[in-house]
Design a protein around this ligand. Sequence first.
Ligand code: PLP
Length: 464
Amino acid sequence: MNKQKLLSSLPSVDEILKSGKGLVWQEAYPRRYVLQAIREIIEHTRQLILKDEIKEISMEGLLPEIQIKIEKLSSFSLRPVINATGIVMHTNLGRSVLSEEILENVKKVACGYSNLEYDIEKGERGKRYSHIQKLLNDITGAESSLIVNNNAAAVFVCLSALAKGKEVIVSRGELVEIGGSFRVPDVMSASGAVLREVGTTNKTHLRDYESAINENTGLLLKVHQSNFRTIGFTKSVEIDELVTLGKKHNIPVMFDLGSGCLIDLKPYGVHIEPTVQEIVKSGCDIVTFSGDKLLGGPQGGVIAGKSELIEKIAKNPLMRAVRIDKLTLSAFEAVLMNYLDEDTAKKQTPTLRMLLQDVNEIKTRAKKIATRLKREIKEDIADIAVMEDSSQSGGGALPEIEFKTFVVAIKPKKLSVNKLEERLRHSSPPVIARIKEDALIIDARTVADWEIKALVKGIEGALL
Ligand SMILES: *Cc1c(COP(=O)(O)O)cnc(C)c1O
């Protein structure tokens, strides 16, 4: 057929809409995306005809392409992926995983009205923070507490409420940047507090803080280094020394703990930092930490400490801008409930479960994945082996700790490992894995048992 003939035989949008498939699509998908897909595929085909890349067309031939386009346009953008990186608190993959049990509570609260800001006893307006205050106090040992949108917001609102227009003394070694543009100096200036850096990058002494104190000092701030460590010739001031200094000069001390750990990890060989409870006990006036790092809850920022200061923070107008929503709050309450008992928390919190799971369990899972893969994938397609490796916790917590793990290493023979990684990202559900040397690494730590079937299918699809 010549070009002109081909062009005139292209179906119109209307013809396709009125076809059997067209009618089905209009029932099943948003009409605007059905229209957009039809128009785009017709236009694309027109271009191919003009470039002589197509010799014949039929309406039936266009329908599958349109179908794929419609599905792509109307599928959810935010969707589940399989985390095969082994990084438990993977910020880009949503950080913490919530259990069904937690979601049950959210569902109850979200699908109807609730006493979010209503005091049932008194029959009058109540406070949204009241629902988790007692739990947080009981768990952390603090006099009082609040919860906001995330830890960045917690730090921001605390600085603004406690030190606006005043100097905040921070060690140079703690002026950190956390991923996603949270930089201590920038948060400080945005809050209206004035940064007073003391010490050097590697060494800060108590006397450095003391000599920087003046009548305009509003706060002594300690910041968890999170995703990096200074090693070698170093000195930092411990929180209890800072607390003593603060008391002497009547200046509050605040500690941004970043992840914050409510469970004693020493039995698991993790000896690096005191728990939130220990820090509160040391007399630190305010601590802040994330809800979705080691705690394993939804996104949130906990502020815990002395009642007098918490009250001051609660009254700050920024609290309204950083307030937590009811879905998060109901999830948080359910997560914290589990923390009343340490063993329950370890069992019921997926983040802790994945991080602290027995390495033999991980090995068994890795073997299961490998066995299933080997059933379908012959040696001329890929080498598949179970190997020992290490995973990181992620979330800026415990960066120096390597958690022993087991992985499935896949060395493709008919395509590059980069291509395999890319194809896996595009499978459904997407599989996110890492590359080490010439192998694709599937870390069994973060793969749930119920995800194995889809994972194996995804890998097979990408290899074959
Ligand atoms: C992660 C982190 C933050 C930011 O916490 P979000 O909950 O992600 O907002 C702030 N400070 C420190 C030290 C952190 O590690």
